[in-house]
Design a protein around this ligand. Structure first.
Ligand code: UDP
Length: 140
């Protein structure tokens, strides 16, 4: 299996509740390695650009408001099959449907406030990592 990079966000609901360490522990316990990481507070344009793929969806405005409601932790993760591995670790979008042992089952509040983001495929992983990190910031 290939070594891949993927992109992760610990979202505002989780940062506000002091869950950064708990979620990072779940990530590193899964075998994923942190290549780069920073805490940022996105502005509206940055969040709209990041979620541009969803701009026609009815929840787009509220999603952007939520993503700029507080700081987030963005990271680039690396490992075997990292993209799928991290999607499985996050669990279903709606925490009520997320499998036990997943981040969203443990910490997600509702379908919007679901604590984490992870890239859904190789193309988005590449775009999303590059959206927040320069090559020289991937130091791990
Ligand atoms: N979202 C929402 N309402 C919905 C579906 C999604 O607020 O009905 C939010 C939620 O925070 C989700 C994000 O929009 O994580 C992106 O949605 P997507 O379908 O890409 O889910 P993900 O890939 O994050 O599981």
């Amino acid at each position: 299996m290939a070594i891949e990079k993927t992109f992760s966000i610990i979202k505002p609901d989780a940062v506000k509740r002091g869950l950064i360490a708990e979620i990072l522990k779940m990530i590193t316990d899964s075998g994923l390695k942190i290549k780069g990481m920073k805490m940022i507070h996105m502005d509206r344009a940055q969040a709209e650009g990041f979620y541009a793929v969803h701009k026609e969806r009815p929840f787009f405005g509220e999603l952007v408001d939520y993503m700029i409601s507080g700081p987030v932790v963005v990271s680039c993760l690396e490992g075997e099959n990292a993209i799928e591995k991290y999607r499985v670790l996050m669990g279903a979008t709606n925490p009520a449907q997320a499998a036990p042992g997943t981040i969203r089952a443990a910490y997600g509040l509702d379908i919007q406030n679901n604590s984490c983001h992870g890239s859904d495929g190789p193309d988005t992983a590449k775009t999303e990592v590059a959206y927040f990190f320069n090559d020289d910031e991937l130091v791990g």
